[in-house]
Design a protein around this ligand. Structure first.
Ligand SMILES: *Cc1c(COP(=O)(O)O)cnc(C)c1O
Length: 361
């Protein structure tokens, strides 16, 4: 395969692959403690937080569940902002645990409007927390997080954010923006195999934790905090993925956060200009365009599944289709993590070759 360009898992650089081949170590021993403390410190630098960051053995969804069960109680009210597949998931997790979910739905492909969020919060003072997906990988949209957090903080609500496909690629300032819980996962911007979720937890989140009565065991961050103080995790961690992450964080530190953000801006622009020049429309309004995932609307007469299959089987280019109700209506190009201009060029020239063969002029 030449180009794995889905919004996670993303390709791993060679030095990360090499780190993954290391022999096992004792996860209760000094060597692990040193590695774990170092990785946790580096993650705090990427989250831009002085608060806690926890490394959990889970996919991103486990991190979302962690955010809910550590801050809320049955019957608590939350405002779930949704404009895509993952926003739905966040609301569903809360609902599953008996949290009372008030939904604020925006059309898929439209950004969450801070004014409407403000109106929803003033309508119901009993709302305790707000759930938001920063970057909707399903629609290729980035919500205006900085503006939204100003509203959420003005009303003094807990703010739980799925930044699974944004953090580490797009600007996100956990402390400056007052976000209480930020969730991401290793297989997205972090150039590391799946297996780790990373979750930040603010002092305000700890205050909520003291009151929170939802059942929690594996996801209990109180336990994680106690073990973190001795350089350990409560349960056996995905040691191999942590080896990889340590190396990936090294590469990220070398490049620098601001440069990483800038590179993703460039690549996002390149992907959008490229698909537009092939005659396509973006699925979203361009002001909300994500710089990690580009979702391309396809006309009804274009067989997207056939296109995606041809790219995969004959050209070694792996793109994503649409999720949920968007199945068959779009394809998506992931451009996060270990990716450069040449990769996007290859994807675009692959599309140019493949399109006439599926009857698209
Ligand atoms: C990938 C992704 C998830 C789900 O993560 P899993 O690791 O598959 O559990 C959730 N939210 C967003 C925005 C994502 O991109």
């Amino acid at each position: 395969m030449k180009q794995l360009r889905v919004p996670g898992p993303t390709p791993c650089p060679p030095s990360v692959l090499q780190a993954l081949g290391q022999q096992m170590i004792d996860h209760r021993g000094p060597q692990f403690a040193q590695l774990f403390n170092h990785v946790t410190q580096r993650l705090k630098e990427c989250f831009l937080t002085q608060g806690d960051v926890f490394l959990l053995t889970a996919s991103g969804t486990g991190g979302m569940e962690t955010a809910i069960v550590n801050t809320l109680s049955p019957g608590d009210k939350v405002l779930a902002i949704t404009n895509g597949f993952f926003g739905e998931r966040f609301a569903q997790i809360a609902q599953t645990y008996g949290v009372e979910v008030t939904r604020l739905d925006f059309p898929w492909g439209e950004g969450a409007d801070p004014g409407e969020v403000k109106a929803a919060l003033s309508r119901d003072p009993a709302i305790k927390a707000v759930l938001l997906v920063h970057n909707e990988s399903s629609t290729g949209l980035t919500n205006p997080l900085a503006q939204l957090s100003r509203v959420v903080k003005e009303y003094d609500k807990l703010f739980l954010v799925d930044a699974i496909s944004s953090l580490g690629s797009l600007e996100l300032r956990t402390d400056d923006w007052g976000i209480d819980v930020v969730v991401t996962a290793s297989q997205k911007a972090w150039m590391t195999p799946p297996g780790l979720a990373m979750v930040s937890f603010s002092p305000g989140a700890w205050k909520a934790y003291q009151q929170a009565r939802l059942p929690r065991y594996y996801w209990d961050l109180g336990k994680a905090k106690k073990f973190q103080e001795k350089g350990q995790t409560p349960w056996t961690p995905a040691v191999t993925a942590i080896f990889g992450l340590a190396q990936a964080l090294e590469l990220m530190a070398q490049e620098g956060l601001a440069n990483i953000w800038e590179r993703h801006q460039r690549l996002g622009r390149q992907a959008r200009e490229g698909v537009k020049s092939l005659g396509f429309n973006l699925f979203i309004q361009e002001v909300y365009a994500s710089n990690t995932v580009t979702a391309v609307s396809t006309p009804p007469n274009l067989d997207v599944k056939k296109l995606v299959r041809l790219l995969r089987e004959e050209l070694g280019i792996v793109l994503a289709g649409g999720q949920g109700k968007l199945d068959g209506k779009m394809f998506r190009i992931g451009h996060l993590g270990w990716v450069n201009e040449g990769d996007i060029d290859e994807v675009l020239s692959g599309l140019k070759q493949a399109l006439p063969r599926v009857g698209y002029a």
